[in-house]
Design a binder for this molecule. Structure first.
Ligand code: ADP
Ligand code: MG
Length: 728
């Protein structure tokens, strides 16, 4: 329902905070109560079935039919006891949203009676109508079949009256059509590679899990204002709007007190999250007005990502209940902070060790340094594909803009670790090391303080920063599925660790002892990857120049960033590690280009249509008022009096004409270029949209924003930036 600006503003005055009664119980009493968790499985499954299921989950072994039947029947019993009537396979197609298709448990028996039925086959595999999900040409149109397959490592949960079963989504030919399948494969690859390297230090390590702690930023906007802004309603961002006199300069929002209405919303989505076992713990205001953040405790990465996907849905639903809309777009408003989704990433062993946490003694510190240096080296070797993993139409506006990391990939290590790596680089002898050399080095390594979690030593301008016991990938966009970043990060780290194991083994076979071989290999990696280390201000222009000198890439738009997927070496790495085949990579490349183009295309045509049907008419109406005024003055004043009295009006009339003409021309040019774009192939189309149409949109916006400042407030049709940012 569209609304005028003044109707929307009037409605705002009637808003009251929607207080959510705090549940009478403690969080610990109801946390996870809508999840068929391992704890609950113990209750509903026989010991035998439970053990078998856990073994399958932990070792990635296939689940046999008998176990699946038992689990299905237990799941049904539990779900029905909670009031569930339907079930769905829940999956993550490449559209970016999650998908589900609900089926009822009840089946008619054919004799007038019915039963509730849910068997192993229904749990394990479904065949949703896949033809309307993107496949990048993998699934021929005549072969529309796709399958969803149960992921037992992520527990089923209940939303409303539906039992939701996390699944992967594949084509008839077995190709991945989703984010989850390659993510699980990448996690497996890094597990395998990291476990092999851990064997140098601790034979007890048989499994390495990736841990992920995401921090989700978002904006809230009142529903009425949202409905009065067709651009925001349709694209998630304001295509027009002059900068308000007050933006975020005062920095009075960050960690400020949370408004009542927003607090009501937060309490409700936190309750919902806790029921679903999503361990959200942190809430606060963000840098920009009406911007907020929610973060959970970190979890195993596959589960953490499912939880993020689920949370994005919950945020949207609960926001609507509170007459808000949530904006997950990376840059809803020019000129103020954008939204990211920091991905905190670490590796942890079955023995309970975080491999990215400095240890207590030289041995564990050498293990830490091994994983630390290899991660930095992996970023160095494959910065371009890491950049591609975060490319999206929305993130193009954020990267390199206000308070957002640049599009140049680099690693921040902090003073302590930088110094330690510099030392290692200098102090490891090229030839055979004497026992004395080794003792000195070990002593040195042992000096690394165990706790590096020093808040002062944080660089918030780095896209990939070490923060004491984990790396924080800060360049991920707020609307993204973390899987994209996690697939690439874990694959390139797996690739690096496998190579490390090979190189160290080669040194050992030539006569170095183990520690010496590791140290020498680390030294080589430290030297090799120096260019990727940057401790300075990533927001500054200086860094852009410096990075160029160092030979680092700076892909500032999505079409350019995605091109790395065509690189045969990259394709081979993903294939060798069994994460994605070249066909799957090609399909994803096409889907992402298409996603980019579709969204930019919608924005461009909306820019033109809002200019023509909202902004220009308002400007002309006001100009007519001015003209009436001028005519009136002319009728009653002498020629010399008139000249003086009408000066302002005449100059406003001229200024308005100038910007109206520019805006009209801009809108026309956009339409012409869009026509051309529609006849092009995917790559050319994306390039035209980014290189030509986007600048035309920017120019049109500049004229419209000037008009906003020329036209009287009463006549302006669209809610203004100050209204979008400062009301809630
Ligand atoms: P901030 O970065 O905002 O200062 P913290 O450093 O406390 O905050 O943690 C940020 C996020 O990092 C939290 O969501 C937390 O769950 C996550 N995190 C902490 N340790 C790990 C880890 N070992 N692996 C993955 N994520 C982690
Ligand atoms: Mg953070």
């Amino acid at each position: 329902m569209s609304m005028t600006r003044f109707q929307a503003l009037a409605e705002l005055n009637s808003r009251l905070p929607n207080h959510v009664a705090a549940p009478s119980a403690k969080v610990s009493d109801y946390f996870g109560s809508n999840v068929f968790s391992p704890f609950r499985m113990r209750e509903y499954l026989t010991d035998d079935v439970y053990e078998k299921l856990m073994e399958c989950i932990n070792m990635g072994v296939r689940i046999d039919r008998g176990v699946a039947d038992h689990v299905a029947s237990a799941m049904k019993e539990w779900a029905m006891s909670k009031g569930a009537t339907h079930y769905t396979h829940w999956f993550q197609p490449l559209t970016g949203a999650t998908a589900e298709k609900h089926d009822s448990f009840f089946k008619p028996l054919g004799d007038g009676r019915a039963i509730e039925k849910f068997e192993g086959t229904m749990l394990v595999q479904q065949e949703p109508d896949a033809s309307s999900f993107p496949s990048g040409g993998i699934r021929n149109t005549f072969e529309a079949r796709g399958y969803t397959l149960w992921d037992p490592s992520s527990p089923a949960f209940i939303v409303g009256n539906t039992l939701c079963i996390p699944t992967i989504f594949i084509s008839y030919t077995g190709h991945a059509l989703d984010y989850k399948m390659p993510m699980m494969k990448a996690l497996h690859a890094v597990d395998h590679a990291a476990t092999a390297v851990c064997q140098y230090f601790d034979k007890e390590v048989v499994k390495v899990n990736t841990t992920l702690g995401w921090e989700q930023e978002y904006f809230l906007i009142d529903e009425a204002l949202h409905n009065a802004r067709p651009d925001i309603a349709m694209t998630g961002r304001a295509l027009f709007g002059a900068r308000p006199a007050k933006g975020q300069q005062l920095e009075d929002h960050y960690f400020g007190s949370i408004p009542d209405r927003v607090m009501g919303f937060m309490q409700e989505f936190e309750n919902e999250s806790h029921l679903l076992g999503i361990p959200v713990t942190t809430r606060h205001n963000e840098v920009a007005p009406n911007q907020f953040e929610v973060a959970p405790m970190f979890e195993e990465a596959n589960l953490a990502n499912d939880h993020n996907q689920l949370l994005m849905d919950i945020l949207d639903k609960v926001a609507r209940k509170h007459q808000f809309r949530i904006l997950l777009h990376e840059k809803p408003y020019e000129g103020v902070n954008g939204s990211g989704k920091h991905n905190n990433w670490a590796l942890s062993t079955n023995t309970g060790v975080n491999l990215l946490k400095p240890g207590k003694n030289p041995k564990t510190n050498l293990q830490f340094l091994t994983f630390f240096v290899n991660t930095v080296a992996a970023i160095f070797e494959n910065a371009d594909v890491l950049r591609a993993s975060i490319a999206s139409v929305g993130n193009d506006h954020r990267l390199g803009a206000n308070e957002a990391p640049p599009a140049i990939m680099s690693c921040f290590l902090g003073e302590h670790l930088s110094a330690m790596l510099d030392d290692l680089e200098k102090n490891i002898k090229a030839g055979k090391m004497t026992p004395q050399d080794k003792i000195e080095l070990k002593l040195n390594i042992g000096k690394l303080p165990q706790v590096l979690l020093d808040n002062t030593d944080r660089n918030r301008t780095s896209p990939f920063a070490f923060t004491g016991n984990k790396f924080e990938f800060r360049a991920v966009g707020s609307s993204a599925n973390c899987a994209n970043a996690m697939i690439v990060l874990n694959t390139i780290v797996a690739n690096r660790l496998l190579q490390f194991r090979k190189d160290v083994d080669a040194r050992i076979s030539k006569g170095d002892d183990k520690d010496e071989a590791i140290l020498k290999e680390l030294q080589r990696l430290i030297k090799m990857s120096k260019a990727i280390r940057f401790e300075g201000n990533g927001y500054g222009d200086e860094w852009v120049k410096e990075a160029k000198k160092r030979g680092l890439s700076n892909f500032t738009d999505t079409p350019t960033a995605l091109a790395i997927w065509k690189d045969k070496k990259i394709q081979k790495m993903f294939q060798d590690l069994n994460v994605l085949t070249p066909e799957e990579i090609h399909a994803r490349y096409e889907i992402e280009l298409e996603n980019y183009s579709r969204r930019r295309d919608i924005e461009a045509s909306l820019t033109a249509s809002i200019a023509m049907s909202n902004i220009i008419p308002a400007a002309l109406r006001y100009q007519s008022d001015l003209l009436d005024n001028v005519q009136g003055l002319k009728a009653v004043l002498s020629a010399s009096e008139f000249k003086d009295a009408a000066a302002t009006q005449l100059s406003l009339i001229k200024d308005i004409s100038k910007e109206v003409n520019a805006l009209k021309k801009g809108a026309d040019a956009i339409k012409v270029e869009l026509q051309k774009a529609h006849t092009m192939d995917a790559e050319k189309q994306a390039k035209l949209l980014s290189g030509t149409i986007k600048p035309l949109m920017d120019a049109a916006r500049a004229s419209a924003d000037k008009l906003e400042l020329l036209v009287e407030d009463e006549s302006w049709p669209l809610p203004k930036m100050s209204e979008l940012l400062f009301t809630n």
